[in-house]
Design a binder for this molecule. Structure first.
Ligand SMILES: Nc1ncnc2c1ncn2[C@@H]1O[C@H](COP(=O)(O)OP(=O)(O)O)[C@@H](O)[C@H]1O
Ligand SMILES: [Mg+2]
Length: 409
């Protein structure tokens, strides 16, 4: 069950569809068009600004609108050295009367790794000197000392964070196409919280409105401490995709979520984010251990155990997952939160199911619900035979069927 991310679905097709930064985009457009009267003095433009404001999108859209070939390289790519020398060739080839135009995009030049590729900046400067085609460089941080030699050689154009004035109409139009009811205050809140980073904003609104097709302050408040520094989405992405313990732990430092809330998020999403059953089993068992520590900490105030619990729920999950998810898998709301909006009947049903599982697996009904329901739900959606087996073993086939089909409605 892979869903198309809204960042892809609503990627602006033309530069006019790009929200905000009109003057900057116009400046870039004029500079690109000035090439038709011969090479301008500045042969490269440095498009800079924070992540997710449209630097890559604008460059690609402008090339596409003109029907030009786009030669693109991400400078933080490991093989950028090799590719750069190929690009040098493509850039300096004299155009003939009949050849197509070309835009050369060196994306994220501030990400270039000078230790692995120490000649990179010199190579880029040489490309700027020789190029017969407009060269667009992008950077998050134009003041990075690494790229200082490049600044002088470029026409500098800043893309600013998106504000409410340009953000609101964009988000409203997307949400109305998706049939999601929303309110201005909720959207303002999200724009502000994600500091105008449209990639994060789109991820957040997609996640938030998936719950019940609304996006109001209620939905927003559910997952936010008042000033979350990073979207939950980002935090989970870090946890599920880290390869090292240290990287997974970093997720805690970027999250303002209450620790047990974060636990719920990780727990709920693990079955979807970890496709391999044996890896999932290891992750769930790390989470079960973390849960046990949390319980002990609450009961006996043994705070020295906290770091174990936190490591288990972040790093324990990260190292259990070895196989990457294929495609983009959307994040789910923790059951504990979303069940608040469910009917009491469904809650009773959950309890009955919990009791059934508990009896079989010798744990409390509450813990059974917490630990096993996500797995069973996962089997229900993805593997009918496995679900059948489990349901029969639990002697709770009817209850499970009734509950899960109601949930998925
Ligand atoms: N100004 C914008 N208007 C509309 N959508 C945008 C804008 N900026 C970014 N996006 C959305 O965010 C995604 C990422 O944008 P991108 O161009 O990769 O940002 P950057 O290169 O600045 O990090 C795009 O695919 C698009 O969906
Ligand atoms: Mg980019």
């Amino acid at each position: 069950m892979t869903v198309e991310p809204w960042t892809v679905k609503y990627r602006p097709g033309t530069s006019r569809d790009v929200a905000g930064n009109k003057t900057a985009i116009e400046k870039l457009r004029e500079w690109i068009d000035s090439w038709s009267e011969g090479r301008p003095t500045k042969r490269a433009a440095l498009l800079y600004g924070p992540a997710g404001v449209g630097k890559t999108t604008v460059s690609e859209a402008l090339a596409q609108e003109r029907g030009w070939d786009l030669v693109e390289i991400n400078a933080s790519d490991k093989r950028s050295g090799e590719i750069l020398s190929k690009i040098a060739g493509l850039a300096s080839t004299q155009s003939t009367l009949f050849s197509k135009g070309r835009l050369i995009l060196l994306d994220e030049v501030d990400g270039v790794n000078l230790r692995e590729d120490h000649g990179a900046i010199t190579t880029i400067l040489q490309i700027i000197k020789d190029t017969q085609y407009p060269l667009v460089l992008t950077a998050n941080d134009p003041w990075d000392p690494k790229i200082r030699p490049l600044r002088e050689a470029c026409l500098q154009i800043e893309l600013k964070r998106l504000g409410v004035r340009d953000g609101l109409p964009l988000l409203k139009s997307i949400l109305s196409k998706e049939g999601v009811k929303t309110t201005d205050d909720a959207l303002r809140f999200i724009i502000d919280k994600d500091r105008g980073d449209i990639r994060s904003i789109l991820n957040d609104i997609q996640l938030l409105s998936g719950r019940n097709r609304t996006l109001t302050m209620d939905d927003v408040n559910l997952l936010s401490g008042r000033d979350r520094t990073e979207s939950v989405f980002e935090v989970l992405r870090v946890i599920f995709n880290s390869r090292t313990v240290a990287a997974a732990r970093r997720a805690l430092s970027i999250s303002d979520l209450d620790q047990e809330m974060l636990f719920q998020w990780i727990f709920e999403n693990a079955p979807y984010q970890i496709p391999k059953p044996d890896e999932l089993e290891r992750a769930i068992s790390a989470l079960a251990d973390a849960d046990m520590y949390f319980a002990r900490i609450r009961k006996t105030q043994s705070w020295h155990l906290l770091s174990y619990a936190l490591d288990l729920m972040t790093a324990g999950v990260a190292v259990a997952k070895q196989t990457p998810t294929s495609g983009w898998v959307p994040m789910k709301f923790p059951q504990r939160i979303s069940s608040m909006s469910r009917t009491r009947m469904s809650r009773d049903l959950r309890k009955r199911v919990g009791v059934a599982i508990g009896q079989k697996s010798h744990v409390s009904a509450r813990r059974a619900q917490q630990l096993y329901l996500p797995l069973i739900r996962f089997a229900y959606e993805h593997s009918p035979e496995k679900f059948e087996q489990i349901a029969v073993w639990l002697e709770a086939k009817d209850e499970l069927n009734e509950m899960l089909s109601a949930e998925l409605k």
